[in-house]
Design a protein around this ligand. Sequence first.
Ligand code: SAM
Length: 243
Amino acid sequence: MRIDVVSIFPEYLAPLELSLIGKARQDGLLELNVHDLRAFTTDRHRTVDDTPYGGGAGMVMKPEPWAQALESVAGGREGSKPVLIVPSPAGERFNQALAYELAEEEQLVFACGRYEGIDERVIDWAQDHFTVRPVSLGDYVLNGGEVAVLAMVEAIGRLLPGVVGNPESLVEESHSNGLLEYPVYTKPSAWRDHDVPAVLLSGNHGKIAQWRRHEQFRRTAERRPDLMETFDAGALSRADRNA
Ligand code: SAM
């Protein structure tokens, strides 16, 4: 997969050189390029923003540098448009299902907004060159799209083949089957008056699987009752049968 990120703060994306994503880049599993939006300005001050039409507080990102930057990364492959993800609190919510969907793409481009956001005409114009998806990290407002991109690239990148050493660890995780993950423990079995649940020391794999599934339901109902409403029990038992 190829990922291009456009930002006025390219240094913000430096953590993507670390850990599993950094290693995936070194190993050639992921090509990730960060572009400075100001490199696509033409004036002496490298201006990327201006006052909003209609008045109001804050500044809006100008369309010209964005069009230049996005044109330069569009790729131009026959038949396939890259996906342009525009982080925005006014976008569709990012979740694990969307991470899986985006992990199938050949190229993702992320456009990091700042100030009051990007001139809306960029979003309209970009439809001719990209599949455009405004995406929100959650129902709160960040200062810029960079933190959202860090989260999304990590969630998507770890789903690419070979990035996570043991692919089984992706199967058992929270949100992979619609439920939260069960609690996990390691040695020592007794610690500061807190013991590991006895069933996990029993060696009885059937009982352990049953306990874990029970804990998934209990935890999800307690912490995220909204997930219980959309949970598809049929899909879960089909997945169990196929495992
Ligand atoms: N005026 C915009 C609004 O109310 O929808 C918010 C602008 S915000 C201060 C600046 C930039 O931060 C946005 O253009 C977007 O790139 C990013 N951003 C803020 N909150 C976000 C969120 N919840 N998810 C994704 N990106 C976000």
